[in-house]
Design a protein around this ligand. Structure first.
Ligand code: NAD
Length: 491
C-alpha cells in the first residue's frame, strides 16, 4: 500500500488531460484542517481559462480519445480497476478525507471510502447491461433504441461529503461513456485531486476525468454556462442550485440538482423508543449535522414527548466529540470557519424565538477549554413550533429541534410543511401506519424504523426545493444517458 503525504496530494496543481498542472495564473490557496485550524497544504486556484482547458480535454477525450474506442467490456473493466485501486488506497483516502473535512476516521474508513469503491463496482458491472430495445413500428420498418452518453459532464460538489458526492456522479457518468470535469468545493478539494491520480494509475485514459479547483462564482459558473458541457450535476445549497439552473438554461444543458434538506423524523408513541433514540441521534448528528439528509426535525407524539426529549438531551451530552483521527470520536468539528459561524447564529436565533435549550448550545468541546478547531457541542432544542425559523431553515450543523404532535395528520402536515423534501423518517411498530405515512411524506427517500441506511442499489434525490434528479441505483445512471431511436426502412 502506498500512502501519499497529505501535503503532497495536490502539490498546488489541477488535474487536466491526465496530468497535474499548475493553474494558468499560478495562484494557490491554503487548505485548512478544521480540527486544528492549521494548514494542510496548498491547492492550485483555477480560473475560467483553466476550466476551458479542462472542458477542451474532456471534449477531445469524448470525441476521439481512447475512451470511445473501448468496448463496453473494456470500459467496465476500467471502472472495476478503479474500485480495486480505491480499496488499495483506502487507508490513505480515509485519513485524507478526515483531515480535510473533519469527519471521524471510523466513518471515512467504514463508509465514505468503501462505499465509493463499491459504487464503481456497481456501475462498472452495469456497463454491459445498458440495453436498448426493439420497438413495434408500422409497415415494413424496424425500430430500435440506443442508449448513448451525453458528452462532457460538469459536476460541482459541496464541502460536506466531497469524496462520495463526487463518486456518485463520476461512476455512473463514466459507466455511461461520458467524460468529466469536476469542480470540488473550495474548502475540501483534496480527495477529488487524489482520486484523479488514482483513477489515472488504474488506466483511465487522459482527458476522461479532470479536476479544476477554484471559486464557485468563476470556475463553477463557467462550468454551468460552457456550451460544450452537455450536463451539469450539482450538489449544494438550494440558493446556488436555483441560480445554476437558470444560467444553464441558455445552453440547454441537462441539469440535476441535489440540494438542501430539513428532514422530519417522526416518532409515534407505539415506537420502540430505545431503537428510535439511537436512529434519531444518528439522523440529527451524523457528520456533525452537515448532512443534507439529516433528520434535524424530530416530531414526537405527545405521550412519549417528554421521554424522548430527555433521552435525546442525554445522548447529545454523552457523545464523544473530538479529534477526527481518534477511532473513538463520533462527532468531529464543522468543516470550515464560516459553517461554525452559521451554527452559532442559528442557535442564537432559536433561543430568541423561545425554543428551550436542552443540551449543548456553545462552540468548542465541553470540558476542553484549550481545544482549537471549528467545534460546536451537539445541541438539542425542545418546544420548537413549526413556524420558528429554526424549524424551517437548514442549519447544517449539530442542532436538533424537537416538536410535539398529537395525530397522524398533524405529523404529516408538519413534516410536509417544509419547502424542502429530501429525506424523512418514521418510527412505529404498526405496519399499516408505516406504509401509509411513508406514502404521504413529500421526500425522495423515507426511512422506516431507521435513518441513513444507504445502499448503492437504491436512489435518493429531492422533492420540492431539495432539487430534481436521482443519484445511485439504476435511476442514477439514467441521468447520464440519452435515448436515440433508429428506424430502418426494410422495404
Ligand atoms: P454551496 O451551494 O455554497 O456550494 C456548493 C458548490 O457550489 C461549491 O463547489 C461552490 O463552489 C459552488 N458554487 C457556489 N456558488 C456558485 C455559483 N455561483 N456558480 C457555480 N458554482 C457555485 O453549498 P455548500 O455550502 O458547499 O454545501 C452545503 C449545501 O449542500 C447544503 O444546503 C446541503 O444540504 C447541500 N447538500 C445537498 C446534498 C444532496 O444530495 N441533496 C448533499 C450534500 C449537501
Amino acid at each position: 500500500m502506498t500512502i501519499q503525504a497529505p501535503e503532497t496530494v495536490a502539490d498546488g496543481q489541477l488535474f487536466i488531460h491526465g496530468t497535474f498542472v499548475p493553474s494558468a495564473s499560478g495562484e494557490t490557496r491554503e487548505v485548512v484542517n478544521p480540527a486544528t485550524e492549521g494548514v494542510i497544504c496548498r491547492v492550485a486556484w483555477g480560473s475560467v481559462a483553466d476550466l476551458d482547458q479542462a472542458v477542451t480535454a474532456a471534449r477531445g477525450a469524448f470525441e476521439d480519445g481512447d475512451w470511445p474506442a473501448l468496448t463496453l467490456k473494456q470500459r467496465g473493466r476500467v471502472l472495476l480497476r478503479i474500485a480495486d485501486a480505491i480499496e488499495e488506497h483506502a487507508e490513505e483516502l480515509a485519513r485524507l478525507e478526515s483531515l480535510d473535512v473533519g469527519k471521524p476516521i471510523s466513518f471515512t474508513r467504514g463508509f465514505d471510502v468503501p462505499s465509493a469503491a463499491d459504487l464503481f463496482r456497481y456501475y462498472g458491472g452495469m456497463v454491459e447491461q445498458l440495453e436498448g430495445a426493439a420497438r413495434p413500428a408500422g409497415g415494413r420498418s424496424l425500430a430500435y433504441t440506443r442508449r448513448e452518453p451525453l458528452g462532457v459532464v460538469g459536476a460541482i460538489t459541496p464541502f460536506n461529503f466531497p469524496f462520495n458526492l463526487a463518486v456518485n456522479k463520476i461512476a455512473p457518468a463514466l459507466a455511461a461513456g461520458n467524460t468529466f470535469v469536476l469542480k470540488p468545493a473550495e474548502q475540501t478539494p483534496l480527495s477529488a485531486l487524489r482520486l484523479a491520480g488514482i483513477m489515472h494509475e488504474a488506466g483511465l485514459p487522459a482527458g476522461v476525468f479532470n479536476v479544476v479547483t477554484g471559486d464557485g462564482a468563476t470556475v463553477g459558473a463557467r462550468l454551468a454556462t460552457h456550451p460544450d458541457v452537455r450536463k451539469l450535476a450539482f450538489t449544494g445549497s438550494t440558493a446556488t442550485g436555483k441560480r445554476l439552473a437558470a444560467t444553464a438554461a441558455d445552453t440547454l444543458k441537462r441539469v440535476t440538482l441535489e440540494l438542501g434538506g430539513k428532514g422530519a423524523n417522526i416518532v409515534f408513541a407505539d415506537a420502540d423508543l430505545d431503537a428510535a433514540t439511537q436512529w434519531a441521534f444518528q439522523a440529527a448528528f451524523f457528520n456533525t449535522g452537515q448532512f443534507c439528509m439529516s433528520g434535524s426535525r424530530l416530531l414526537v407524539q405527545r405521550p412519549v414527548y417528554d421521554e424522548m426529549v430527555k433521552r435525546m438531551a442525554a445522548q447529545a451530552a454523552a457523545v464523544p466529540v473530538g479529534d477526527p483521527l481518534d477511532p473513538e470520536t463520533v462527532l468531529g468539528p464543522l468543516a470550515h470557519r464560516a459553517q461554525l459561524a452559521r451554527v452559532v447564529e442559528y442557535v442564537a436565533i432559536a433561543r430568541a424565538e423561545g425554543a428551550v435549550l436542552r443540551a449543548g448550545g456553545s462552540a468548542g468541546i465541553e470540558g476542553d477549554a484549550d481545544a482549537r478547531g471549528y467545534y460546536f457541542q451537539p445541541t438539542v432544542f425542545s418546544d420548537v413550533t413549526p413556524r420558528m425559523r429554526i424549524a424551517n431553515e437548514e442549519v447544517f450543523g449539530p442542532v436538533l429541534t424537537i416538536t410535539p404532535f398529537d395525530t397522524e395528520d398533524e405529523a404529516v402536515a408538519i413534516a410536509n410543511g417544509s419547502p424542502f423534501g429530501l429525506a424523512a423518517g418514521l418510527h412505529t411498530t404498526d405496519l399499516r401506519r408505516a406504509h401509509q405515512i411513508a406514502a404521504r411524506l413529500e421526500a425522495g427517500i423515507v426511512w422506516v424504523n431507521s435513518w441513513a441506511m444507504f445502499e448503492n442499489t437504491t436512489s435518493f434525490g429531492g422533492y420540492k426545493d431539495s432539487g430534481y434528479g436521482r443519484e445511485l441505483g439504476p435511476e442514477g445512471i439514467d441521468e447520464y444517458l440519452q435515448a436515440k431511436t433508429v428506424v430502418v426502412n426494410t422495404e
